[in-house]
Design a protein around this ligand. Structure first.
Ligand SMILES: *Cc1c(COP(=O)(O)O)cnc(C)c1O
Length: 399
């Protein structure tokens, strides 16, 4: 049977305490025990269905984690208070002093800064590679390498990782393949393609209303439990736990994710085609001109399209800034970082989300100054949006 992540979410059934159609929110930080012996067993991790303290787990967090694990087809998942709150403990759970990471060089700025500037303080070194060059990935692997880290569709250049091929490499060298799937939920299912661990920032498409932060780590039950261990679990001990009120609201938003992703993808594909025809340098995995278009097609769950992210090169930072300001004035969207909102969001990564990456490295990876990253919104009338965008582009001389 074909893997269908939206069906997996749809088929979950949780009732609330009084027969409510939504699960009850557990509005407590701590939990009572009838017997003192059960408390000890729970501390030692021997009791299922018993809650101890909300940094460890809560019913609401477990519901959301189950839904996300179902979406990815993973055994288990652990939610966190942000995407970085999912990424950093995952890396630290696997790597210690003397260990090595092979990472894509085009990744989220925060992840890049963590691997480049922060983990070396703990004796963890990272080699950054062009993830689309498998021989470069393999050549970077050393006897101390523990992780291959990448994003399925990378931020902001929308490079596509060949997850199947990377997972073959990971197995050959006994490494964990970690894939950040934030840009392509539903469209790509990395666990189905061989990834060991899948991470999302829930802050983006999955929650989709730009009102909450959240993150998740999906993987084997063994790994997810290790993150939550009271003895040496990085999630438990570093403490980026999600609040139950947040997890219950993100779970409700997840139920419309498939509808939103289809609309984001349809709108982004429409605009990308138009921009390219106008002669603008446009990057979108759904365009045949995208170097990994064919690869994306072999990996995707076709119902959900190529995603809502695209980039356009405005030619210079001045033009990019002028265009973004005019588009905001005309209410086409907002000049803001982040993604997955009902409105289109745009920013120039070179001076915002990727400014952690030094200028010479940005140049080398093709992250030009005039690059604008768009998270295309849920616009009902994308032709109207396009017409207004075009007048903005003509006004500032991008067209
Ligand atoms: C935003 C983002 C993150 C970080 O998530 P937060 O929720 O902001 O902590 C990680 N990876 C990608 C690809 C992102 O876009």
């Amino acid at each position: 049977m074909k893997f269908n992540p939206a069906n997996n979410i749809q088929d979950l059934q949780y009732f609330g305490e009084f027969g409510g159609v939504n699960p009850s929110i557990s509005d407590s930080s701590t939990y009572t025990f009838i017997s003192a012996k059960t408390m000890l067993d729970t501390f030692e991790g021997n009791t299922d269905g018993c809650y101890l303290y909300s940094r460890h787990s809560t019913p609401s967090n477990l519901y959301l984690g189950e839904a996300l694990a179902a979406m990815e087809g993973a055994e288990a998942a652990n939610v966190a208070s942000s995407g970085m709150g999912a990424i950093t403990p995952t890396i630290l759970q696997i790597c210690g002093h003397g260990d090595h990471v092979v990472s894509s060089r085009t990744i989220y700025g925060g992840t890049y800064a963590f691997l480049k500037n922060f983990t070396p303080r703990m004796g963890i070194e990272t080699t950054f590679v062009d993830i689309t060059k498998l021989n470069a990935v393999e050549a970077a692997i050393t006897p101390t390498t523990k992780i291959i880290y990448c994003e399925s569709v990378s931020n902001p250049l929308l490079e596509v990782a060949d997850i199947k091929a990377l997972s073959v490499l990971a197995k050959k060298y006994n490494l964990k393949l970690i894939v950040d799937n934030t840009f392509s939920p539903l469209s790509i299912s990395p666990v189905q393609l061989g990834a060991d661990i899948v991470i999302h920032s829930l802050t983006k498409f999955i929650n989709g209303s730009s009102d909450s932060m959240g993150g998740v780590v999906c993987g084997t039950s063994e790994f997810v439990n290790s993150l939550k261990s009271v003895i040496d679990g990085a999630s438990m001990l570093l403490g980026a736990s999600m609040d139950s009120l947040r997890s219950s609201s993100i779970l409700k938003n997840m139920r419309t994710l498939h509808i939103r992703i289809k609309q984001h993808s349809m709108n982004a594909a429409f605009l990308a085609n138009k921009f390219e025809k106008e002669g603008l340098k446009t990057i979108y995995p759904g365009l045949e001109s995208h170097p990994s278009h064919a690869l994306f097609k072999t990996m995707m769950n076709v119902d959900y399209g190529f995603g809502g992210m695209l980039t356009v090169d405005a030619g210079s930072l001045e033009k990019a800034n002028a265009l973004m300001e005019v588009m905001q004035e005309k209410n086409i969207g907002y000049l803001a970082v982040s993604l997955g909102f009902y409105k289109t969001l745009f920013s120039a990564p070179g001076t915002s989300t990727s400014s952690e990456i030094p200028e010479d490295e940005r140049k080398e990876m093709g992250l030009s100054e005039g690059l604008i990253r768009f998270s295309i919104g849920l616009d009902n009338d994308i032709e109207r949006t396009y017409k207004i965008m075009k007048t903005c582009m003509l006004e500032v001389g991008v067209l």
